[in-house]
Design a protein around this ligand. Structure first.
Ligand SMILES: [Zn+2]
Length: 302
């Protein structure tokens, strides 16, 4: 297994195999890529592009993909996935970023959610295609990712929603089609707590069965602006890491705002001596790899 940090600031915490930097987040903010950190880009979720261009926001019978539309689990504004200028600009951007960092990890490269997008361009494209609504969604997203693949010469990782069953209908995401282009998948399993690790372990098993490429999962540690009372405990994070590891995943990323918050997590995890001992009985080699990772942090946090 490989272990990475997933951060908003260009800082590398010690004790991990690699680092993923959020160089373009869903709010549309961009920061420069780093030569020794992988680049994470949100493609269609982009407040800057959606708010700066009339008619670009994805539409649906339940309203637009806009922050505040509580019909959807969307905390930002999302551009229609067929918007040609945004598509072209993002392709060029992704190609440039690939040249300046070791790999590109894409978020939000798909339709906003179920019922999207019903803008006049999408209606017209769908009718012209002669395909069913779902098949047309799949084609639009798969074709776009094939264009991305032509531009990305290094590693391309596709970050997907933690929905093993309905991702095709909701987002146009077909795991088998996308596996032809992706080097790996990253299942984003962010939660403000992992009090019931059973569910996350089950999701890991579901995805491991479905995905035809290696898969990472991403766990939430401490987001920018979070209250320490509202984030997962180190014990929850250790336990869920071990339980997902034994489901056969290929790696785990830990999300924080910056490297200092990763350091805080490492220190607290190292301090959970009894739990670390107990978790040894939770499985075989993959469990041991998580526990060895934490053991390796002992030297760093002293
Ligand atoms: Zn549209």
């Amino acid at each position: 297994m490989k272990f990475g940090t997933y951060v908003f600031e260009p800082e590398k915490a010690e004790g991990f195999d690699f680092h993923l930097l959020r160089i373009k987040t869903e709010v549309g903010k961009r920061i420069p890529p780093q030569p020794d950190m992988h680049s994470n880009i949100a493609v269609f979720a982009d407040n800057v592009a959606a708010r700066g261009n009339t008619g670009w926001t994805s539409q649906s019978p339940l309203g637009p993909a806009r922050m505040g539309n509580n019909n959807y689990n969307i905390y930002w504004d999302t551009v229609c996935a067929t918007q040609p200028e945004h598509r072209a600009e993002q392709l060029n951007y992704i190609e440039d970023i690939d040249k300046h960092s070791p790999g590109v990890w894409l978020n939000s490269f798909y339709f906003a959610d179920h019922g999207h997008c019903t803008c006049s361009r999408c209606q017209e494209l769908w009718k012209k295609s002669g395909l069913s609504w779902v098949e047309w969604h799949k084609k639009e997203i798969t074709d776009y990712i094939s264009q991305v693949r032509d531009r990305v010469k290094k590693e391309l990782i596709l970050c997907i929603q933690p929905d093993p069953v309905s991702s095709l209908e909701r987002y146009g995401v077909d795991f088998d089609e996308l596996a032809k282009y992706a080097d790996a998948f990253n299942v984003v399993m962010f939660s403000k707590n992992y009090a019931t690790p059973w569910y996350w372990e089950m999701l890991s098993r579901n995805f491991k069965k479905l995905l035809k490429k290696p898969m990472y999962i991403s766990l939430y540690v401490f987001g920018p602006g979070d209250d320490p009372k509202d984030v997962p405990t180190p014990s929850e994070l250790l336990t869920v890491s071990v339980r997902c590891a034994r489901a056969g995943i290929d790696g785990i990323l830990y999300l924080t705002g910056d490297a200092g918050q990763i350091g805080d997590f490492q220190k607290e995890a190292v301090g959970k001596v009894e739990l670390r001992e107990r978790l040894k009985s939770y499985g075989g080699q993959p469990v041991q790899e998580v526990l060895d990772l934490v053991k390796g942090w002992e030297k760093i946090v002293q």
